[in-house]
Design a protein around this ligand. Structure first.
Ligand code: SAH
Length: 216
């Protein structure tokens, strides 16, 4: 058993050594990473590894992303406190919690039913009951709640799903790993400049689990 104080110390060290040192400067993002108790979002057997500098395996063969990658994505979304955010791939719920610390309203969709339930439970247990969770295919977005100021996609696909780009507000930002194979993925930041103009930026190579298409 790791004492609670040890988790606090590990969390602060994680932010300093893995996040700040790699160049994330936003005070709001750093504060969010200091606030969310990552150990509360992983299976109990691996709680001890919660602050390691890597992705960890969770239930259903899925992963909780590396802390730095979560910070990088949240930072790239340039969130304001009133922003409405959509996340695709709830997984453990950890990134949704970080988004909730920085943004206004958070909506998150998970494809695997059992994981969607578990992610919801973990969010509630950790004090994030205001986050809206849903089980379904995230590539279709959440049209009833669109438009979103920001969209974060936590699984890789060959292109940005058109429904998601459509559900971005003008001026909205989307971040997603894009690639045709698991070995060739780049984190893309897409800005919706106007109704029909989107601008993409490559934030570098990454490695994510694949998006699960509908009807599988
Ligand atoms: N944000 C998560 C990372 C989870 S990994 C965290 O912080 O833990 C990616 C997640 O996306 C997995 O849980 C996977 O089941 C889910 N996923 C894959 N395809 C999806 C789809 N089409 N719609 C919604 N979720 C999907």
């Amino acid at each position: 058993m790791v004492a609670q104080e040890d988790f606090v110390a590990r969390r602060l060290a994680m932010v300093e050594q893995q996040i700040e040192r790699r160049g994330i400067r936003s005070a709001r993002v750093l504060d969010a990473m200091r606030a969310v108790k990552r150990e509360g979002f992983v299976p109990s057997e691996i709680r001890n590894s919660a602050y390691e500098d890597r992705a960890l395996s969770i239930e259903e063969g899925q992963t909780i992303s590396q802390p730095y990658i979560v910070a990088l994505m949240v930072d790239a979304l340039e969130l304001a406190p009133t922003d409405r955010v959509l996340e695709i791939g709830t997984g453990s719920g950890y990134a949704a919690a970080v988004l909730c610390e920085v943004a206004g309203e958070v909506y998150t969709i998970e494809r695997l039913e059992w994981l969607a339930e578990l992610g919801h439970k973990r969010l509630v247990r950790n004090g994030y009951e205001s986050i809206h969770t849903r089980h379904g295919d995230g590539t279709l977005g959440w049209s009833e709640q669109a438009p979103f100021d920001a969209i974060s996609v936590a699984a890789c696909g060959p292109e940005v799903p058109p429904c998601l780009a459509e559900q971005l507000a003008i001026g909205g930002r989307l971040v997603m790993p894009v690639g045709k194979t698991s070995r060739d993925q780049h984190l893309i930041r897409r800005l919706r400049r106007s109704q029909h103009t989107f601008v993409d930026e490559d934030l570098g190579k990454v490695r994510f689990v694949p998006l699960i298409p509908d009807h599988t």
